[in-house]
Design a binder for this molecule. Structure first.
Ligand SMILES: [Cu+2]
Ligand SMILES: [Zn+2]
Length: 170
């Protein structure tokens, strides 16, 4: 009994040590179907995003935080450009970048599933221009194609195929 409790404590501890999600987003496709979910947690100097894709086309997809918390199907243009409070250029590999909302590609397997965790440096869940809850909010967007990580303003990642407004976790 004592031994199994100890094993349980070891198994549970890494989860308990992680920050509780401070925000979440449900990403829907143009048909209104939820195809991925994301959670956001405050970490030192930024916000960690974990996305779990359940139903996306296989391959790498551009994946960003966009500057407006509005997801109007079918093109999701309502989400605006990339979240960019520090007026940088697009791309994790751009010397003049990146946008605060830029992240590595989301890689989806042949089964339509994929998981990724990335850190948004210099972003907060609190208040101010660098907050995901700045006036008007923000949205998480998945694109049809891979982001080349350097072409301004959006890495040639093509159409917006899924969008989710970033909301406070309850
Ligand atoms: Cu985008
Ligand atoms: Zn960008």
């Amino acid at each position: 009994m004592v031994r199994s409790l100890a094993a349980l404590a070891v198994a549970v501890l890494p989860l308990a040590a992680r920050a509780a999600p401070g925000a979440r987003a449900d990403l829907k496709n143009a048909g209104g179907e939820t195809v991925a979910t994301a959670t956001f947690a405050a970490v030192p100097d930024g916000v960690e995003v974990t996305v779990v894709a359940a139903k996306l086309s296989p391959g790498p997809h551009g994946f960003h935080v966009h500057a407006v918390g509005k997801c109007e199907a079918p093109d999701f243009k309502s989400a605006g450009g990339h979240f960019n409070p520090r007026d940088r250029k697009h791309g994790l590999e751009n010397a003049a970048g990146p946008h605060a909302g830029d992240m590595p590609n989301l890689v989806v397997g042949a089964d339509g599933k994929g998981t990724a965790t990335s850190k948004l440096g210099g972003v907060t869940l609190d208040s101010g221009p660098a907050s995901l809850f700045h006036e008007g909010g923000t949205a998480l967007v998945v694109h049809a194609d891979a982001d080349d990580m350097k072409t301004d303003p959006s890495g040639n990642s093509g159409a917006r195929v899924a969008c989710g407004v970033v909301e406070r976790a309850k």
